[in-house]
Design a protein around this ligand. Structure first.
Ligand code: BGP
Length: 481
């Protein structure tokens, strides 16, 4: 029986994000962006929001503060270690490298008509090094950070003008580096705009309470339109494939009680599938109407927007996966995760940040997302955040990360055998970088250790962890199969 399913060789690699990796926050005329004003606040729990949802007062303080600790201003100083890091990743033996471009490095205020020449020159160097290494490229065009001026002057993504500013940025990317990019992702984890509106849609948190949800969904809608217009323009200018990405949380019902299963369905719909449905199917799913009505959410969608979304859907789907989650109709013990807090799963262990370790959940997610969209699937983020310790001899014995990766890789291969068209896997934070949620350098993901702490102390020298050699061997053996 032929089901016309051809297993492809999966591309293995790693990922960084400009604001978490580059540093050099004022180099070459780069403008200040939304991540540069996020302070480091020592973690008091595993669910941090103080450093994620910034108010007007916080960004004003960040702008004038010359003494505080703002980790994204340094990142892992990738700006100054470019050739060395690309050489290390080549030695690691990756097929594909995911990186992002700093919008504020190309357009310091975001609304300029022409790009910053020094920003162009920097990314010319970046892509030259990547070409020399021979990696395939997965480019996140925008990964959370946007020029702060677009927040102060225009109110972030609530303002429809950001669509045009973003398309101007996208056109420069296509013109300058379109020849060496294989996969384009307009927005990182576009559903983050719902959970983390400052990072996701550059919306300031009101001083006196929660966000206006109508503004959040209007902002998300403008990003949907920007994504569709980017795909439309990109398909006319470059050869690469265009995707969409959501953070997947893999919700399980707490029990077989019907109400728990209903909660799982509703949570998975609004938190995971909604944004991907719009970008992959090309229209707003009907289940969101009841959600909008129930929550008094109203925002503008023009007929032109609807046509644009319908005719410019993504070529592939991608997602980040760190942990699975639990939906319960009753209040039970909670735990944190990437972007969301969920009910604790009594069958799972968690890392220090409360993120529940579930390799099987990755296989479940791959099956769910492929069956829903029937498009090639890319795992654009997965990895294990841990407070690694470097020994006196500069070794880092991260067997816990090797175990995490090994178990998750086995489930990816199982999902491929289930019939899922898996294109690529990119390990998050392949070089240690600043964490997006808690602004910590000490929450490490990499197979390459960076000698720096949460306050920016250290040499920023790079050292290979035990997991570097394990991943190197895994990719070598996988290719030789
Ligand atoms: C995702 C972001 C990444 C990365 C990841 C891990 O939301 O796309 O930028 O940071 O989360 O989260 P953290 O860095 O908070 O550990």
């Amino acid at each position: 029986m032929d089901l016309q399913f051809q297993k492809r060789k999966i591309l293995w690699g790693g990922a960084t994000a400009a604001s978490q990796y580059e540093g050099g926050w004022q180099e070459g005329g780069k403008g200040i962006d939304t991540q540069d004003v996020r302070p480091y606040i020592p973690r008091t729990s595993n669910a941090t929001t103080a450093t994620r949802l910034l108010t007007q007062a916080m960004i004003e303080k960040g702008e004038r503060d010359t003494k505080g600790r703002y980790p994204f201003r340094d990142g892992s100083k990738g700006y100054y270690h470019l050739a060395e890091d690309i050489q290390l990743l080549k030695e690691l033996g990756m097929d594909i490298y995911r990186l992002s471009i700093s919008w504020a490095r190309l357009f310091p205020n975001g609304d300029e008509l022409e790009p910053n020449p020094a920003g162009i020159a920097y990314y010319d160097r970046v892509f030259d090094e990547i070409r020399k290494a021979g990696f395939k490229v997965f480019l996140t065009m925008n990964h959370y950070a946007i020029p702060l001026n677009l927040v102060k002057k225009y109110g972030g993504w609530t303002n429809r003008k950001l669509i045009d500013f973003y398309l101007r940025f996208a056109k420069v990317v296509f013109e300058h580096w379109g020849d060496c990019i294989d996969y384009y992702l307009p927005f990182n984890e576009i559903n983050a705009g719902y959970f983390s509106p400052f990072n996701g849609v550059a919306l300031l948190k009101p001083e006196d309470g929660g966000y206006d949800q109508s503004l959040v969904f209007q902002s998300l809608h403008h990003q949907f339109v920007a994504s569709a217009k980017t795909i439309e323009l990109g398909h006319s200018m470059v050869q690469g494939k265009f995707g969409a990405m959501v953070a997947c949380f893999c919700y399980y019902p707490y029990s077989c009680k019907p109400e728990d299963n209903l909660k799982q369905t509703l949570d998975e719909n609004t938190n995971t599938w909604f944004c991907m449905d719009v970008l992959s199917r090309g229209y707003y799913p009907s289940y969101m109407q009841s959600f909008f009505d129930a929550n008094g959410i109203e925002f503008e969608i023009t007929d032109e927007d609807r046509e644009l979304l319908k005719h410019n859907t993504c070529d592939f789907v991608s997602f980040s996966y760190y942990q699975s989650s639990v939906a319960s109709c009753e209040e039970k013990e909670k735990t944190a995760g990437n972007l969301v807090v969920s009910t604790k799963n009594p069958y799972l262990q968690a890392n220090e940040w409360g993120w529940q370790i579930d390799p099987v959940g990755l296989r479940v997610t791959l099956n769910r997302i492929y069956d829903r969209y029937q498009k090639p699937v890319i795992i654009s983020e997965n990895g294990f955040g841990y407070a690694d310790v470097m020994e006196e001899d500069h070794q880092v014995h991260d067997q816990y990360r090797i175990d995490y990766l090994n178990r998750h890789f086995q489930e990816i291969l199982n999902a491929q055998n289930d019939g899922v068209d898996v294109v690529a896997y990119m390990m998050w934070g392949i070089v240690d970088i600043v964490s997006a949620g808690s602004c910590e350098m000490g929450k490490r993901y990499g197979v390459i250790y960076v000698d720096a702490d949460n306050y920016g102390n250290g040499s920023y020298d790079r050292y290979k962890k035990d997991s570097f050699y394990w991943y190197q061997q895994f990719m070598k053996e996988y290719r030789e199969e």
